[in-house]
Design a protein. Structure first.
Length: 375
């Protein structure tokens, strides 16, 4: 099984925290869709003859595409790849794009999962983040999707925002839970260098959440969602039973995936590659048949580090039998040795023959993963 990720770089306007590749040059959509479909055909051998079990349209803002543009992408995929009949097919969407007529159009396409970028239900904070929607629009969009038959809806939330308090975060969580989405992704705000948000912090116009508050917000997130029936299956991801993101899980379990579009990444078990982060360069390269990506062949130690980084993030942890079978005695012993201090401190545990983070360990997971990696 394999997955396909499609990067849709178009946005009406950029959020001030975002460092993903995106553009407001919507006049180039037609040329882009043509290039994208061409890349999908050119790259069909990258994942071999694997059946495609997930398709994910991310961005950018995929919900900026019209019906004909989305149909062209699916026509190309279904003509070129073996798509599983039970494939999970996701569209990332902005709430204000999810008008009733647009949602009805989406139901005519293969989409069976919607991921809505809500971020917060506080209008003042949404405005500060330069989001296009209001809290009311986000809530209405969710229920419109539900009423039009979408039974697998994910919502994105952010915490650690400037001026946020535990009371505000609790209010956001209670609103989210009341809607009963099948999946919730929750991310702490990161000040990525070069973004408007980063510049505002450097100019002391906004203040970053301190560490104690961040820990308290994350703790409340974990406990509140668990108490309401959500499984904490990856550091930033929660789901009702049976509704984990199959596409994102493929990244964490080492499955093959093909990424198409500018800045998209691909992985086939032996190498990884990534496309240039330029819309014009991408379209030109596809049209002229010149190289649009860089490639890295993965040696044993790089594959081991990837295994650490992806498996430790999940509630399943790192299966020790896979560690030994896949990477040999030397790296198995090295990993066990480096994990020992964390096992002693109670930030890791061995459960069900897997090396896992404890709840205490989740808060220092970056340091733990760094310690386990081969340098």
């Amino acid at each position: 099984m394999a997955g396909i990720y499609i990067h849709i770089p178009f946005c009406k306007k950029r959020c001030i925290y975002c460092d993903f590749f995106s553009t407001t040059q919507s006049e180039k959509k037609a040329a882009y869709i043509e290039a994208l479909c061409r890349e999908l055909i050119l790259c069909k051998d990258y994942i071999g003859n694997e059946r495609v079990e997930t398709i994910y349209l991310g961005g950018g803002t995929p919900s900026q595409l019209a019906d004909k543009e989305l149909a062209a992408i699916f026509n190309t995929i279904y003509r070129t790849y073996r798509v599983d009949s039970e494939a999970e097919i996701t569209l990332e969407a902005n709430p204000d794009d999810l008008r009733p007529d647009y949602i009805r159009m989406l139901r005519t396409l293969p989409f069976n999962r919607i991921s809505i970028g809500m971020q917060t239900f506080q209008d003042k904070m949404l405005k500060m983040l330069n989001r296009r929607h209001t809290a009311e629009q986000a809530i209405n969009a969710f229920y419109e999707c539900r009423e039009n038959g979408f039974q697998n809806i994910s919502i994105d939330l952010m915490y650690g925002l400037p001026g946020e308090t535990e009371a505000i975060w609790t209010e956001d969580l209670q609103q989210a839970i009341s809607m009963k989405p099948e999946h919730i992704s929750a991310y702490h705000l990161i000040y990525e260098e070069g973004t408007v948000m980063w510049k505002l912090r450097e100019a002391h116009r906004i203040e970053e959440a301190d560490e104690d508050l961040s820990v308290n917000l994350f703790t409340r997130l974990i406990h509140t969602l668990k108490q309401n029936g959500y499984e904490h299956y990856e550091i930033s991801n929660f789901c009702l039973p049976g509704y984990h993101s199959r596409h994102n899980s493929s990244y964490w379990t080492g499955k093959k995936y093909l990424g198409c579009g500018p800045s998209a990444h691909s992985y086939n078990g032996e190498s990884r590659q990534w496309n240039i982060a330029s819309l014009d360069g991408y379209i030109k390269g596809i049209k002229e048949g010149t190289e649009i990506s860089e490639k890295e062949e993965l040696d044993l130690y790089t594959r081991y580090n990837d295994f650490v980084l992806t498996s430790i993030r999940t509630s399943r942890g790192m299966p020790l039998n896979r560690l030994k079978a896949g990477f040999g005695e030397e790296l198995y012993n090295y990993c066990r040795q480096m994990a020992q201090p964390h096992l002693a401190q109670g930030t890791m545990e061995i459960s069900e023959e897997s090396l896992k983070l404890t709840e205490k360990g989740i808060f220092v997971s970056d340091g733990i993963m760094s310690d386990l990696m081969w340098v």
